[in-house]
Write a protein that binds this ligand. Structure first.
Ligand SMILES: [Mn+2]
Length: 317
């Protein structure tokens, strides 16, 4: 790992730590933790944070700037994002340092990259940097880190031995798991309109079978990631949930069971390819990925993702 080059960056001046748009707890925790190595840093994002991260920041008193001006900083750090589009499609950002755990894509060629697609959470990549730089975590930092890991591993469901070892170290450092869970399961999580919207997606679910594999598709106005997760819990091997946003953009969230991912299905790769085909962009992890495209292309994109998942299962049998 290129920690020397990271160390050089810390001496350059004020740093802007950018999270992807609609930041989640893993992005917020990563941004907060990496800020620790800079004397002067600002956490920011283009567009708002997601609801859970927003409540988490409020509960922890973490300050952040929406739509910051990158020109005011000497160092730009990107966390938990692999493509410029994940930050903002509207501006060109040239980061000095990219810390991430998504499937790498080209886009930021000049930055120092510290990426590890095998880590289920970006926090784990950040913690490795902090460890090499001998940064000691407070109990509060440990709890925040634990929250990021809990969120991105779907409460340890996607965790491997490395994630669990890191989580154990964080608990030894004073991070308590109950407190960490409370950070990611906020009031918004139990919000009545959210619960109704999620339940309604179940009514709209279309189920397809490919051999022994079950693929579920549905639509929702928001919370597509949460909806996809519910379809997985309900028994789908792969869930594809689309939403058409009020601003004319559409989005797809796809999830797969860990067992299916072990069989080499990579949703991040599939959504990246389909995203390009439909004039949008996509990417992510093997078991959890997203795609953004113009509203009128979303239905076609869902069918294209479905076709590729089916092909995968066909070939795998
Ligand atoms: Mn993440």
């Amino acid at each position: 790992m290129d920690v020397e080059r990271v160390r050089e960056l810390t001496g350059k001046g004020p740093a802007l730590v950018l999270m992807h748009t609609q930041a989640d707890p893993d992005a917020l925790a990563s941004a907060w933790l990496i800020s620790r190595i800079f004397e002067d840093s600002t956490i920011g994002s283009f567009g708002d944070l997601g609801n859970t991260a927003k409540e988490m920041a409020a509960n922890l008193g973490i300050d952040y700037t929406i739509d910051p001006d990158p020109d005011g900083y000497e160092v730009i750090v990107v966390v938990d994002a692999s493509t410029p589009e994940m930050l903002t499609p509207d501006r060109t950002i040239t980061p000095d340092l990219v810390i991430d755990h998504h499937r790498p894509q080209d886009g930021w060629k000049d930055a120092v990259h510290i990426q590890d697609e095998d880590r289920p959470s970006c926090v784990e990549v950040v913690l490795r940097i902090l460890d090499e730089m001998d940064v000691t975590l407070s109990p509060e930092d440990s709890r925040i880190a634990l929250a990021g890991i809990l969120a991105d591993t779907a409460r340890f469901r996607f965790a491997d031995a490395g994630s669990l070892r890191t989580a154990a170290d964080l608990m030894d450092a004073g991070g308590d798991i109950t407190g960490a869970l409370a950070l990611v399961e906020t009031d918004h999580y139990f919000d009545v309109s959210r619960r109704i919207a999620l339940l309604r997606t179940l009514q709209r679910t279309r189920v397809e079978r490919e051999g022994d594999r079950v693929i579920a598709m549905s639509r929702i106005s928001a919370y597509e990631g949460g909806a996809a997760r519910i379809l997985i819990h309900a028994g789908a091997d792969v869930a594809i949930v689309s939403s058409n946003k009020k601003n004319g953009g559409g989005r797809i969230s796809a999830r797969a069971r860990p067992e299916v991912v072990d069989g080499d299905l990579h949703l991040g790769m599939i959504l990246e390819e389909v995203g390009k085909d439909v004039g949008g962009w996509g990417g992510g992890h093997a078991g959890a990925a997203g795609l953004n495209a113009p509203d009128n292309m979303i239905e076609e994109a869902v069918e294209a993702v479905l076709a590729r998942v089916r092909d995968h299962f066909n070939g795998a049998r």
